[in-house]
Design a protein around this ligand. Structure first.
Ligand code: MSP
Length: 640
């Protein structure tokens, strides 16, 4: 069984998880689930970076010792990941004993071979980055990432001969085109290597910074933060040391944000070359999540708390959103509105509706039993072929680390099944016993595609996908070579009616901010929201009239809309555009009585005039039914 080892940055123990760190950790969790399905022996490392000025200063501010402070922060990180369903194989802390020992051993080795020397250096030190910035990196004298003026620090310190390994690193990058990816970040590192590298300051005198790992060859100094932190990737799997660790290391991938490309793309590989340890396999870099108004940061007060997001929409929705929304490698915008749009479009309307309407049709037309198709026609075969290649094609996108396209591939299938249903019209087939075979075939194909789509969804949505599969009576434990052992539909056995997977989201329009997303309560109940209550007088303003649909037609390129001509007892018939095409065929509506909101200002929808609205009832399972009066009241009668 081959190995797969993925790491996230270890996060500074001076804050709490935010969307950025949660995104990286989610990607790692996704990859581990995905490679487990392929049968790889996976290992996932994350943790906290606890030494250095930044953490020491944060502890001092609270009047705590650094140890006391980092114990608290670190355990909050660990429990947040658990709460968010992100399950590292090890949660490492740079204060762990085995890590301190590993750092000291590596330092000693590099020192003994003469690659660490004592010298004096003055430079622009940015506490935010925890490193010296070169003149070239400064933007108008400031750190471009933190917008602060670095401190001029000049002192005697230990230096690592990074420059000695520059050419070797350059050769490695050239010989291994996917060592750093996406391409743009490889180019960034190549750009850094075009200039002669300066040697790396790796220590701080204990007189200035005591919170660190003492150098094994000089107790008056502690290691500089990066030389300590980066080594966690080796300590985490016990490398150098065990055999298993070697195999993991050969298949390692560091996931990072674009802010820390230099330490990972330059410092770390040169340190490894000096330590005589093979280089990691991949450095995979993602962009930043920003808010629509710019950078996301705690100090700007626009940081999003992942635990809050989980409470509001659930972790699966978050996972899907961040992987689908961000073009991997570029920056992305995180906003409540964008999340709501994806939720309603991709999850509630597409996937959720597909599952709920399929299950309800199987119950309505086949007593809930999975039908056995006699044969498959061309269209059904085409659909099944698409479904059968879904996992593999999605996998190709995962391999190229285009997570947004990988998720998109599953939705290609979901969309196709929805179109297939609309074309096959099971509700019409069900009207005539002669079409029984065709109805069996259609319903079977719907279920089969849902089964495969849910299998592909497992690493993206680890709570929802098993739920969908359980509706079909399928066990969804992730086993090695998943699709070879993936349970098939048990023909003749019963499917569940299921529950609404994605109740529609409603954002409080007046207070639409990144944080204010409220999920509608299940069962369609109305919340006790005083702002949402209307006065009796307001209700009286609405005029409701009994109408009858005289004509109905689809509108081109608008798959949800129907254009209706409705008689409401006036001289002219009203034209009403209604969003009910997913629920009713045009033909079945003609002659039907309806309740019409008849005093609505006319509006244009898709270029078509709409002079009113129809009343309809809906539920969380995605069902919708027109509300209409009985026989007694004639067309034109008023509803009050
Ligand atoms: N401690 C160092 C890393 C040492 S690794 C050997 C560090 N920690 S950090 O807490 O600042 O975390 C940085 C990482 O958090 C980024 O690389 C990225 O993974 C994540 N993000 C922080 N803010 C982010 C966004 N706004 N968007 C996306 N990810 C970002 O640097």
């Amino acid at each position: 069984m081959s190995a797969y080892y993925v790491t996230t940055p270890i996060y500074y123990a001076n804050g709490l998880p935010h969307i950025g760190s949660t995104y990286t950790t989610t990607l790692a969790d996704f990859l581990v689930r995905y490679y487990s399905m392929l049968g790889k022996d996976t290992f996932f490392l994350t943790g906290t970076d606890e030494h250095g000025d930044k953490v020491q200063q944060a502890a001092e501010k609270l009047g705590k010792s650094p140890k006391e402070f980092t114990d608290e922060v670190s355990s909050k990180f660990e429990s947040a990941w658990k709460e968010l369903g992100l399950n590292p194989s090890r949660f490492i802390r740079t204060t762990d004993e085995d890590h301190k020992e590993n750092v000291r051993n590596i330092l000693q080795k590099i020192y003994d071979q003469g690659d660490i020397y004592f010298g004096e250096y003055g430079g622009h030190y940015c506490t935010g980055c925890e490193r010296f910035l070169t003149e070239k990196e400064l933007d108008d004298g400031k750190c471009p990432d933190h917008q602060t003026t670095p401190e001029w620090v000049s002192e005697k310190n230990y230096f690592f001969k990074m420059s000695k390994y520059q050419d070797q690193l350059l050769d490695h990058i050239k010989a291994n085109p996917d060592f750093i990816r996406p391409e743009r970040y490889k180019n960034e590192v190549l750009g850094l290597l075009r200039e002669p590298l300066e040697d790396l300051c790796i220590s701080r005198p204990t007189s200035r910074l005591s919170w660190g790992i003492p150098l094994p060859f000089d107790e008056n100094y502690v290691t500089y933060v990066w030389f300590d932190a980066l080594v966690n990737y080796l300590t985490g799997i016990g490398y150098p040391g065990q055999d298993k660790a070697k195999e993991r290391w050969e298949n390692s991938e560091h996931l990072i944000g674009k802010d820390i490309v230099k330490p990972h793309g330059v410092f770390w590989p040169t340190m490894l070359l000096a330590a005589g340890v093979p280089l990691y396999k991949h450095l995979t870099v993602h962009g930043y999540w920003n808010t629509p108004s710019g950078k996301m940061s705690k100090s700007l007060g626009n940081a999003v708390d992942p635990l809050e997001v989980k409470k509001q929409v659930g972790m699966d929705v978050f996972r899907y959103f961040v992987m689908r929304e961000m073009t991997f490698g570029l920056d992305g915008n995180y906003s409540g509105e964008a999340l709501e749009t994806r939720y309603n479009a991709d999850l509630a309307n597409n996937l959720g509706n597909l599952v709920s309407r399929t299950l309800s049709m199987v119950h309505k037309y086949r007593d809930g039993k999975i039908p056995v198709p006699k044969s498959l026609n061309e269209e059904s075969k085409k659909l099944k072929t698409n479904a059968l290649s879904c996992f593999e094609e999605m996998g190709q996108f995962v391999e190229s680390r285009e997570f947004h396209k990988a998720a998109g591939r599953i939705w290609e299938l979901v969309d196709l099944v929805n179109v297939y249903i609309d074309r096959s019209k099971p509700w019409s087939l069900a009207k005539n016993e002669e079409n029984a075979d065709q109805l069996d075939e259609t319903l079977y194909c719907q279920l089969e595609c849902i089964r495969i789509a849910a299998g592909c969804l497992l690493p993206f949505m680890p709570d929802t996908a098993p739920k969908i599969l359980s509706f079909l009576g399928i066990d969804s434990k992730i086993e090695p070579n998943f699709f070879e052992t993936f349970e098939l539909l048990k023909e003749g056995s019963e499917v569940e009616k299921g529950e609404a997977l994605f109740p529609r989201l409603e954002v409080n329009k007046e207070e639409k901010t990144e944080k204010k997303i409220a999920a509608k309560p299940k069962g369609g109940k109305v919340t006790e929201d005083k702002a949402g209550l209307i006065a009796f007088g307001d209700f009286q303003k609405i005029e409701l009239t009994v109408g009858q649909i005289m004509e109905a037609a689809k509108i081109e390129d608008a798959d949800k809309l129907l254009k209706l001509k409705v008689d409401i007892g006036t001289e002219d018939q009203r034209q009403i555009v209604a969003g009910i095409a997913k629920h009713y065929q045009a033909e079945e509506l003609v002659g039907r009585k309806v309740a019409v909101v008849s005093n609505l200002k006319p509006a244009k929808l898709r270029g078509e005039l709409s002079e009113g609205m129809l009343l309809a009832a809906s539920d969380d399972a995605g069902n919708l039914e027109l509300v209409y009066p009985g026989d007694l009241i004639k067309v034109g009668g008023k509803i009050s």
